[in-house]
Write a protein that binds this ligand. Sequence first.
Ligand SMILES: [Zn+2]
Length: 327
Amino acid sequence: MTELRLGIDVGGTKILGVVLDPTDPREPVAVRRSSTPANFDDVVDALRDVIELLRADASQRGDTVSSIGIGVPGVVDRDGVLRGAPNLLSAVDAPLRDRVEQAVGSPVLIENDANCALWAEAELGAGRGASDIVMVALGTGIGGAVMVDGRLRVGAHGFAGEPGHLVVSRDGVLCPCGRRGCWERYASGAGLAWLAQQAVGPAGERSGANRIVELAGGDPLAIRGEHVTTAADEGDDIARAVFEEFARWVAVGIGSLMNILDPDLVIIGGGLIDHSRHYLERVRDLLPAEVLGAGAHRPIPIAAASLGPMAGAIGAALLAATPHRLR
Ligand SMILES: [Zn+2]
């Protein structure tokens, strides 16, 4: 009988659960998916159901689940209380760990989803061999995580590693967090859409033969990040110019993080890493101008996340078995 590790990644729309064999953790031995309900009680029920299904999968193999980790898209304090998760219900001060532990009858680790993804990359993916890592996940917003001396830096209250809300423009675009000019308003999928709206003009006056506006159904205000990536894939000039601007914003934020933390590796993940051909080389070109002492880095180490969409769930499973690596 093998002691398996269970990990779950709770996304804004779906829940992904895996069970890993610690001797070969890259390939989950069981995978279960569910949708993410809208209110907190239903989220707890959905998590209980996924955990019970995965436990049944484990016992069918003659194995048992020895640890459970859950990654969530929000700030989690050291008591497993979800203090805020803009894209996951309107949960404020939700005692997620206690509720799930009661529901499933065993200890559960709750951690920020980007922290989980970084842990997986550090153990099994792009971050192997590095001990000081900054990860930025470019998705709808920007998630982030920081590893210092081989440990995840969660901060005094558990809230560290939110580079998406680094303010890069004090009077800039309004952010769902309530402030203006957060980095994720410019260097994420939402940022890509905003940059495209600026490029085509508020009324789409430059939209004549504009593929981005066409993809958005003719309405510049309906532009989303994927319209820009699709147009860029097709070779559209405006989309390429938008990605040039996007690369500048990505470089500004990563450069600031490097100036503070001097990591030996920066990992870029999130959904936009699938479109890295449109911006990653440009970010590498632009970065030296943003980093103090850049010449000494030679070259500035910046890598694409390599574990794909399972990274969060795999990292949650691994972290629950090694919680002492959090600090
Ligand atoms: Zn913000």
